[in-house]
Design a protein. Structure first.
Length: 190
């Protein structure tokens, strides 16, 4: 019976963190501090056994909103510009629009990987500075092809595979990539 409850905890904790993440992302540009707070709560759950994941995300939010909000606003603006460029380039034909389209795909993939790594690094080191988090996130995301591929693959696959669960992309689409990122970061430091 205890083993079954432990197994359910592996499902319930990411779902609770995803619910808190969804609540905190109502402000649209607040996604990066909320994702770092998810990393903070899930890291504490994995290392210390702290099962208060929902309130852990809310407590982590207080740590991360001020240092990461400016970065989040700029990244949101860049995503809006990239989306408008995608719409513009989708209606064009020829080699130049195709090249520009593919460049945008690469930049968005790099941005997803970097921001996931930033949330993971900040979640693992809540007492660090935003500059130290950015430097460590760049190292986590881009200094090893397998690590970067694992982060990007998790960020793309988790929302798709969670479609079978009602509200799955909202509840698991952000937390499963963070969990994978925490595992990747643990492997990188060991």
């Amino acid at each position: 019976m205890r083993r079954a409850l432990d197994w359910l905890g592996w499902l319930a904790s990411p779902v609770m963190a995803g619910a808190a993440f969804t609540l905190l992302c109502v402000g649209v540009v607040t996604w990066l501090p909320a994702l770092a707070a998810v990393g903070y709560a899930l890291h504490r759950w994995r290392t210390d056994g702290d099962t208060r994941v929902f309130t852990g995300v809310l407590a982590g939010w207080r740590r991360y909103w001020r240092p990461l909000l400016p970065h989040s606003i700029l990244a949101t603006f860049a995503a809006v510009v990239a989306a408008s460029n995608f719409v513009f380039l989708a209606g064009r034909s020829g080699p130049a629009p195709l090249v520009l389209f593919m460049i945008h795909v690469g930049l968005i993939a790099a941005g997803i990987t970097y921001h996931l790594a930033l949330a993971v690094v900040a979640g693992r080191d809540p007492s660090g500075t935003a500059t130290a988090w950015r430097r460590a996130a760049f190292g986590l995301a881009f200094t090893s092809v397998p690590r970067g591929t694992a982060l990007l693959g998790a960020a793309i696959a988790a929302p798709i595979f969670s479609l079978v669960v009602p509200a799955g992309p909202l509840l698991l689409g952000s937390t499963v990539p963070v969990l994978v990122g925490l595992l990747v970061a643990d492997q990188a430091t060991s």
